[in-house]
Every structure is written in structure tokens, then in C-alpha cells.
Design a protein around this ligand. Structure first.
Ligand SMILES: Cc1cc2nc3c(=O)[nH]c(=O)nc-3n(C[C@H](O)[C@H](O)[C@H](O)COP(=O)(O)OP(=O)(O)OC[C@H]3O[C@@H](n4cnc5c(N)ncnc54)[C@H](O)[C@@H]3O)c2cc1C
Length: 379
């Protein structure tokens, strides 16, 4: 029977990164994934994710982002894959909105390069946007797009190169800690043991963390691609940034420059979430959902609101009540590390989360500031 130092459950955005970082440290890793690499049934598909530095959610994320950027650059160089496109980013709303106020707070706290634009300047620089006279935006040059599927492949390739044993189409049924302290993992194909376990199961976390008091909720999300009338040229990555638009009524939507299929937009927060379970999520997008997206876009990016719908995809957020991540050593099992870096904004951190999970697995501690993400805050 093969012998492993650590088992990683889930090889999506975070688990693939953890496997790569553990294998790079010379650890013998077994990775278990229920689907194929970079599949479309979890939280890490849809071709693009926003990456940004002036983090409106909390200034504590900024040091992690600085390290994440460094590691994205390293992963690009080592894998030969194009994983990041820097487009610049606009955080738009009234000066009092969470997105504008929070981004400015982080930029000032960490001395990040940024510009504040008024509505006229936003329109001048980025003609597709039609902000209201009182709207402003924080613009930062370093924001852009990460490609999640390519990044998962890059981490899987690195883990394989460093000797990890990664198994796909193998579903974990359960895990338990034995009296010896080793962890036993039972799957659809067999059972395995190792002294350490990393749980990175995305939307399947509520069933696998063995923490019934942890208030995780899974939410269905929809991604939309539109083809604007007149063509996508005004939305090309050379001239159109990523953005998050805070309407100030609990609704925030965001979007990307055009990709090969169209111009992608989605709601970030809607104030009215659709709860789901990962094995029974409704993947059919209804006409009233498309209508709601067009209505949100109409006053802000009218040419996109008038575009032809070319594609929709559903995806899942795993949410905590405070929208901060869950990352840490399992409160009841010191040999187990748990990771739910989602709440709809975790992908950009995948590289540094891989490093954190590897450090926690090997040393029980990490050099990175993760106090905000303690699993114990809810218990
Ligand atoms: C629509 C949408 C838009 C988003 N936009 C952004 C953005 O712009 N910027 C950003 O930074 N973040 C964004 N996020 C958040 C980000 O994508 C997530 O934080 C990230 O994908 C979470 O990665 P994960 O590894 O936790 O989950 P996943 O990538 O889903 O990986 C979990 C893996 O575990 C596997 N698994 C689960 N249970 C088992 C089992 N029993 N046995 C074996 N394998 C199992 C799953 O199959 C899956 O592959 C967005 C998320 C969504 C849904």
C-alpha cells in the first residue's frame, strides 16, 4: 500500500494549489477529486476571475494579495501558461458605498497606487460606462483577470511533476481520525491513510468538514456573456477594465473585458440569495434572471444591456455570515486543515492559499496573517 504524508480532498482552485505547494516541499501527496481536472460543477469555472489589490472587504487581505500576485507570476513563468491579464480595475459607486469606501481604506492603509475618478472622468476614459453625476470610482492599474481553469491545470501539472499522486473521478465518501492520530479517508474506490489531511472541497464543505456548527451556506450564481451591438471592440482588454459596481442598495455587479465568446457580467451580491446544494443545483437559467441582469446594466453600461445573450453558466458560492474565508487547523483535529476561501471572492488568492495550506499541514502554523479566517470564530 502506497504511503503518503498528506491527503488532499478536492483538487479544484484551492486543493490543486495545496497539492502543488505540498509536493514542492517534498511531501508525498495523495490528491482525490470526484470529477475531472478543471470541471464545471464546482466554483472555479467560467474562464475568468477578478483580481484586485485595494480590497474593499478588509485591509487585512492586502498582504495576502501581494504574495498571491508574486506567486501568480512565478506560476506563469514555471508553467509557461498565461494565467493573468492586467487590465486595470474600477471600483464604482457613490463615495459612501461599501465598494468605494472600502477600496480607498485599503489603498490608503497599504499605500497602494490608485486614482479617484469622478463620473465625467470615468466616462471619458471608459466610454461604455454611464455613471450618474454623483458616482465616483477608485481606479487601480494592477487589477485584472485570472484564468481559473488554466491555473488549476498549472497547479496539477506542478504537483504531478513533483511526484504527487492525483486521482480523478474518485469521490471521497468520508474520513475519520484513528486512535493512532492518522486520518483514514474512504472513497468510492478504496481507503487511504496519512498523518495529515487537507479538506478543500468547495461547495461540498458542509458535508465534509464535520463541523455542524460552522454556518456555511451554498448559493447558486449565474454568469452571463453578452455580445454588444456594434461589436466588442470598446470592451477589449486593452481599453476596458474589470469593475465592480456598487448600486448602494445591497446590489453589486461586476464584469470583465471581452473574451473570445463575449463580454461577461454577473451579480456579486444581490441581497436575495438562492440557496442550493452542490449535488442538486438548478443549472437552467430562466428568462427572468437574464431580464434582471439587463435591468441592472441598463443605467450603467447601456450597450451591454442591449447586447445579445450568448452564454450563461451557473456556479456556486460557499458563504460565511461575515463573507470572510474559513482557513485553519480543524478545531477538533490537529492533523486536519480546512479551507473554504470563497464567499464569492477567493479565487484570486488560490496561489497564496496553496502556500498557507501547505505550511499549516507541514508546520501547524503559517507565516501569513489568517486570523480573520479562523474557523473557531463561529463555534
Ligand atoms: C460565479 C462565481 C464568480 C466568482 N468570481 C470571483 C472573482 O471574480 N474573483 C475571485 O477571486 N473569486 C471569485 N469567485 C470565488 C472563487 O471562484 C472561489 O473562491 C473558488 O473557486 C473556490 O475554490 P475551491 O477550491 O474552494 O472550490 P472548487 O474549485 O469548487 O474545488 C472544490 C473541489 O472539491 C471537489 N470535491 C468536493 N467534494 C469531494 C468529494 N467528496 N470527493 C472528491 N472531491 C470532492 C470538487 O469536485 C471540486 O473540484 C467566484 C465564484 C463564483 C461561483
Amino acid at each position: 500500500m502506497a504511503s503518503f504524508d498528506a491527503i488532499v480532498i478536492g483538487l479544484g482552485g484551492m486543493g490543486s494549489a495545496a497539492a502543488a505547494h505540498l509536493a514542492a516541499r517534498g511531501r508525498r501527496v495523495l490528491g482525490l477529486e470526484q470529477f475531472q481536472p478543471a470541471h464545471a460543477f464546482g466554483s472555479s469555472h467560467g474562464r475568468s476571475r477578478v483580481i484586485r489589490l485595494a480590497y474593499f472587504e478588509h485591509p487585512s487581505y492586502v498582504p495576502l494579495l501581494l504574495r498571491a500576485y508574486e506567486l501568480w507570476g512565478k506560476l506563469e513563468r514555471e508553467s509557461g501558461r498565461s494565467l493573468l491579464t492586467i487590465t486595470g480595475g474600477l471600483m464604482i459607486g457613490t463615495p459612501e458605498s461599501d465598494v468605494v469606501r472600502g477600496s480607498l481604506r485599503s489603498a490608503q492603509a497599504h499605500g497602494l497606487a490608485h486614482e479617484m475618478l469622478d463620473a465625467a472622468e470615468i466616462r471619458r476614459r471608459f466610454p461604455p460606462f454611464t455613471p450618474q453625476p454623483g458616482d465616483v470610482a477608485l481606479y487601480e492599474e494592477r487589477a485584472g483577470v485570472v484564468r481559473p481553469e488554466s491555473a488549476i491545470h498549472a497547479h496539477i501539472e506542478q504537483a504531478n511533476r513533483d511526484g504527487a499522486d492525483l486521482r480523478f473521478d474518485e469521490r471521497v465518501l468520508d474520513w475519520q481520525v484513528r486512535l493512532s492520530g492518522d486520518v483514514e479517508v474512504r472513497t468510492t474506490r478504496g481507503s487511504y491513510e496519512a498523518p495529515r489531511l487537507v479538506l478543500a472541497p468547495g461547495a461540498w464543505a458542509p458535508g465534509l468538514f464535520h463541523l455542524p456548527m460552522l454556518p456555511l451556506e451554498v448559493e447558486r450564481q449565474v454568469l452571463y456573456w453578452f455580445d454588444p451591438p456594434g461589436g466588442p471592440a470598446p470592451f477589449a482588454a486593452e481599453r476596458f477594465p474589470i469593475y465592480i459596481w456598487d448600486r448602494g442598495d445591497g446590489v453589486q455587479f461586476y464584469g470583465f473585458p471581452a473574451d473570445e465568446r463575449g463580454v461577461k457580467v454577473a451579480f456579486f451580491r444581490t441581497g436575495r440569495a438562492t440557496r442550493c446544494t452542490p449535488d442538486a443545483v438548478d443549472r437552467v437559467v430562466q428568462p427572468n434572471e437574464v431580464r434582471a441582469m439587463r435591468e441592472a446594466l441598463a443605467p450603467c453600461i447601456p450597450t451591454l444591456a442591449a447586447g445579445q445573450l450568448v452564454e450563461t453558466v451557473t456556479c456556486m458560492y460557499t458563504l460565511t455570515p461575515d463573507h470572510h474565508f474559513v482557513i485553519g487547523v480543524h478545531p477538533h483535529h490537529p492533523g486536519v486543515v480546512i479551507a473554504s476561501p470563497c464567499s464569492g471572492h477567493g479565487y484570486k488568492f488560490a496561489t497564496v492559499v496553496g502556500e498557507i495550506l501547505a505550511e499549516l499541514t507541514v508546520n501547524g502554523v503559517t507565516r501569513h496573517p489568517i486570523e480573520l479566517f479562523s474557523p473557531s470564530r463561529f463555534l
